[in-house]
Design a protein around this ligand. Structure first.
Ligand SMILES: C[S@@+](CC[C@H](N)C(=O)[O-])C[C@H]1O[C@@H](n2cnc3c(N)ncnc32)[C@H](O)[C@@H]1O
Length: 562
């Protein structure tokens, strides 16, 4: 099979093979062309596809060359007009013959398209395409740009060291906006002012094959996802830390990094503080283990794979030293943003140019007999994920209200369960949801629970939060219709709780996903003494209890990401 047929098969994906574009190309063994050649053709042709789609449509190529599908036409036109080496096929190859017949018309349409786009030379057009300037003008593209957030893994390295090595050729910019508008080739970084050891790179910065990433020196993690471990502000005096819902492990490894940094400052030789990471889903627990090992956090993290955090007994001696708990339970995922490291291939309309060209009427006659091309039925734009990534959460859309009720019941159970650990002094609760039901609603109901009142759990007020988050402006909100007013709190207390809640919005200049986090601390003086853990056990699961999501991403793990 020729390079073009092979590349077209990768794009149409008739076997419905899962995985990213890279894994589909590089893992398939029975291919004649080299994977690098197929990958280069597909990615380069995608970059040019906005322009070439127009060229092909105006030339009437597809109306005349019935052997060509829109994808084949795009790949061949790319090599004919843009590639230095031209069409990679013998002179008498059927595909080469069919595209070469239209060389004059395609070249003329290409020149007109370039001039219409405002570029006086081919070189200027090439530069604009490489800098994705045409893509960013494409109005069909609604995904806002997000930076590529990179957390430096301080278990293995330091920010200063990474800036001198991995990012040695990069230049620092002082404004996140410069990062958001930078092209993927720009070597610029921005040091985040809120979270230590976090930097932002241009949205499509490709570090997935860098040795720093492969060795676990850097971790791709959204800024908002770094808030919970940082807000928990674990210190050596806090003892062990539980991560109740850990996979794929971004927050677990962040907790481990914070512990390792603080311990090396205070007790350089001893590391008696552990993170106990629970993950109910066995497949995701394997991913968690890989991530913990890659981050070199295995001496700090003890993984409880396949364990339900809700089934733990808080009074068990193994948790006697647990002083802090991080909870990032399953949620609707409504705050998740589609990452922008996908490539888009804009396909020419197979019906275009039917009236163009001398053979158009003849080809119309043949129309009914013609077997429909497989890829002519594809959507006009194919989106392909470049790299594999394991999401922290899988968004769900169906039956939203019912889903939110079941999820918030589960989230409240898990939070009130955490409040029962006798030595725990701090808890962080987070979701990547934008819904009040899963966020402030859960916080208020947890604060009103017997578990909280018996043990004196309060919201961590804004003024007591760690500096980088105290200064964060977006705070919790109140939704009148969704939680009764009878909470037994004054308006002032309610406002204190809302101010303690931290929100991130997606699609803003902050460059984060939609996210929520709040922390709780124990105030022993206000605890209603005399309760035993059993008295304050959280409510039993309701009939329509939360059911685990079907995680789509349980295929072979190929690196970790947000
Ligand atoms: C939102 S994800 C956690 C993301 C993770 N904190 C991170 O930053 O990479 C929620 C995880 O909790 C797990 N989970 C849900 N209920 C659980 C339970 N009762 N006990 C332990 N793990 C649970 C899910 O399988 C899922 O992997």
């Amino acid at each position: 099979m020729s390079l073009y047929y092979e590349a077209a098969t990768v794009l149409t994906n008739p076997d419905k093979a899962g995985g990213s574009l890279k894994s589909r190309i590089y893992k398939k063994e029975d291919r004649k062309s080299s994977p690098a050649q197929v990958f280069a053709l597909v990615t380069e042709a995608s970059k040019w596809s906005l322009v070439l789609k127009e060229v092909i449509e105006k030339s009437g190529l597809l109306a005349e060359e019935r052997k060509l599908t829109p994808i084949l036409a795009l790949l061949l036109t790319h090599d004919l007009l843009v590639s230095k080496n031209g069409i990679a096929a013998p002179t008498n190859h059927v595909l080469k013959l069919s595209i070469n017949r239209h060389k004059a018309r395609l070249t003329a349409e290409f020149t007109k398209a370039r001039i219409r786009a405002g570029f006086s030379t081919l070189e200027a057009l090439k530069n604009a395409i490489n800098d994705e300037k045409l893509e960013s003008q494409d109005t069909s593209r609604k995904i806002p740009l997000y930076p590529r957030w990179v957390r430096v893994n301080t278990i293995k390295t330091t920010l200063a060291n990474q800036l001198l090595t991995t990012f040695a050729e990069y230049e620092e910019v002082r404004d996140l906006g410069q990062i958001l508008s930078a092209s993927s080739r720009s070597k610029v970084y921005f040091i985040d002012p809120n979270i230590p050891n976090l930097i932002a790179l241009p949205p499509k910065a490709d570090l997935g094959r860098s040795s720093a990433y492969a060795q676990g020196d850097i971790i791709f993690q959204d800024k908002a996802s770094c808030f919970p471990a940082y807000l928990l502000d674990v210190k050596p005096v806090d003892g062990d830390v539980i991560d109740g819902c850990a996979a794929p492990g971004n927050k677990t490894t962040h907790l481990a990094a914070i512990i390792s940094e603080k311990t090396s400052q205070t007790h350089p030789r001893s590391l008696s503080q552990n993170v106990i990471a629970f993950e109910k889903d066995k497949i995701r627990a394997v991913i968690l283990e890989k991530m913990v090992n890659l981050a070199s956090a295995e001496h700090i993290v003890s993984i409880k794979g396949g364990y339900d955090f809700l089934a733990t007994n808080p009074d068990s001696p193994q948790f006697a030293n647990v002083g802090a708990i991080l909870l990032d339970p399953s949620c609707s995922g409504s705050g998740i943003v589609g990452r922008d490291d996908v490539i888009r291939m804009h396909l020419p309309d197979p019906q275009s140019g039917r009236s163009v060209g001398p053979k158009a009427s003849k080809s119309r006659k043949r129309k009914r007999d013609q077997k429909k091309d497989h890829d002519s039925q594809l959507s006009p734009t194919i989106k392909l994920e470049l790299d594999e990534s394991i999401a922290e959460e899988t968004p769900v859309n169906e039956d939203l209200n019912e889903r939110l009720e079941a999820l918030s019941t589960f989230q409240l159970r898990i939070l009130t369960h955490a409040m029962c650990f006798p030595k725990a002094q701090k808890i962080s609760y987070s979701t990547c949801s934008v819904h009040f039901e899963e966020n402030e609603n859960v916080v208020f109901r947890a604060l009103g629970s017997t578990a909280a009142t018996a043990r004196g759990w309060k919201i961590l007020k804004r003024e007591h939060q760690i500096d980088g988050l105290m200064s964060w402006k977006k705070r919790g909100f109140w939704d009148n219709g969704k939680l009764g007013n009878d909470l037994g709190t004054s308006l002032e207390e309610r406002q204190d709780v809302l101010n303690g809640c931290i929100r991130c919005e997606k699609g803003t200049e902050d460059g984060t996903m939609g996210f929520f986090v709040a922390a709780f601390v124990r105030d022993d003086a206000s605890a209603q003494n005399g309760f035993k853990t059993n008295d304050v056990r959280p409510m039993p699961a309701p009939l329509d209890s939360y059911e685990e999501h079907d995680y789509e991403d349980d295929e072979e793990w190929d690196g970790f990401s947000d």
